[in-house]
Design a protein around this ligand. Structure first.
Ligand code: CUA
Length: 310
C-alpha cells in the first residue's frame, strides 16, 4: 500500500475481520467439539448413565472468563474504530448533503451544488447530513460509512477516497415509493481537477433548466422522455389536457405557465389523476429567478414534443 493517511475503510475493516475471525473460530471449534462428543458419548459406548459432578470450579471460571475477555476485546476494538469514525481530521473539506424525496443534493462552502458528491482524492471530506422531509440515510459502501439523515438535526460522516474513481452512494433508509431512485455517486477527482470543478459556475442562477431540474431533485420523480414514474413525465407537459383533482373536484385543465408554477409551489392544488399526493411543496425552497427558469424550461420547445407512450 502507499503512504496514504488513515481512512475510514481501515477503521471498519480491521474490526470486521477481527469479529468475523472470532466468529469463524467459534463456529469451527464448537462444531468440532459437538461432533467428537456425539461419537465419544454415544449410548452404545455408555449404556448406563454416569452420575455427573455437581460443580467444577476451575471449569466454570474458564468458561466464564474466556468468553468475557473475548467479548470485551471486541467491544474495545470496535470502540477504538468508532472513535476514528467520529473524529474528523481538522483539514477536512466541508460539504453538506441534503436528503429529500427522492434525491440527494450536495452543496459546498462556496455556493456550488451538485447531485453528485465530487471530492478531491486522498483528502478528508466531512459531510454534514440533513433531511428536508423524512428519514433518509447516506450510505457509501466503498468507504464503509452510513449515517441517517434526520429531519431537524444535522448528522455527519467523514471519509477519504483512496483512489480516483466513481463510488456508489445510496439512501439506506426506506423513505417512500422512490427510495430506490436515491442512488448517485461519489466522484473522486485529482486535486487540481476538483478545484477547477469547484470554481466552475458557482452562481446557482447561472444554471439552465436541465441543471436546475437535477439540482432540485425533480428528475427523481418526473421523467424527460415520457415514461411514467412517481409523477407525470415532463415531456409534452406544456399545453397538455390534464385531468386533475382540485380541492376534491375533478376537472380538466390545459397545462400552462401558471399551472406549472402552482404545481411546483402547491403540488396538491391540482393533483394529476392517477398519481399519489406525495410531492412536497417547493415554496421557499427555490429562489424566484430559478423558479422562473424552471417554468420557462418546462414550457419550452425541447420538452413540448408529444410523448411517445402514455
Ligand atoms: Cu431516501 Cu430512502
Amino acid at each position: 500500500m502507499t503512504d496514504l493517511p488513515f481512512t475510514t475503510i481501515e477503521a471498519v475493516d480491521a474490526v470486521f475481520l477481527y469479529i468475523f475471525g472470532i466468529a469463524a473460530l467459534l463456529l469451527v471449534g464448537i462444531t468440532a467439539t459437538m461432533v467428537v462428543f456425539v461419537v465419544r458419548y454415544h449410548r452404545r459406548r455408555h449404556p448406563q448413565p454416569q452420575p455427573s459432578p455437581s460443580s467444577k470450579l476451575w471449569l466454570e471460571l474458564v468458561w466464564t472468563l474466556i468468553p468475557t475477555l473475548i467479548v470485551l476485546s471486541m467491544f474495545w476494538y470496535s470502540w477504538e474504530g468508532y472513535l476514528k469514525l467520529i473524529d474528523v481530521p481538522p483539514d477536512a473539506l466541508k460539504v453538506q448533503a441534503e436528503g429529500r424525496k427522492w434525491s440527494w443534493n450536495f452543496s459546498y462552502e462556496n455556493g456550488r451544488s451538485s447531485d453528485r458528491l465530487y471530492v478531491p482524492v486522498g483528502r478528508a471530506v466531512r459531510v454534514a447530513i440533513v433531511s428536508r422531509d423524512v428519514l433518509h440515510s447516506l450510505y457509501i459502501p466503498a468507504f464503509r460509512v452510513k449515517k441517517d439523515a434526520v429531519p431537524g438535526i444535522t448528522t455527519y460522516v467523514w471519509f477519504r477516497a483512496p483512489e480516483v474513481g466513481s463510488y456508489d452512494l445510496f439512501c439506506a433508509e426506506y423513505c417512500g415509493v422512490s427510495h430506490s431512485s436515491m442512488v448517485t455517486t461519489v466522484e473522486a477527482l485529482p486535486e487540481a481537477q476538483f478545484s477547477a470543478w469547484l470554481e466552475k459556475s458557482k452562481k446557482p442562477s447561472a444554471a439552465g433548466g436541465p441543471a436546475l431540474l437535477s439540482r432540485h431533485g425533480c428528475t427523481g420523480c418526473h421523467s424527460l422522455d415520457g415514461s411514467r414514474r412517481v409523477g407525470p413525465s415532463f415531456l409534452g407537459l406544456f399545453g397538455r389536457q390534464t385531468q386533475v383533482l382540485s380541492d376534491g373536484r375533478e376537472r380538466t385543465l390545459t397545462a400552462n405557465q401558471d399551472y406549472v408554477r402552482r404545481s411546483i409551489l402547491q403540488p396538491q392544488a391540482d393533483l394529476v389523476q392517477g398519481y399519489p399526493p406525495v410531492m412536497p411543496s417547493y415554496q421557499g425552497q427555490i429562489p424566484p429567478d430559478e423558479l422562473q427558469t424552471l417554468v420557462d424550461y418546462l414550457c419550452s420547445e425541447p420538452l413540448s414534443a408529444a410523448p411517445a407512450g402514455p
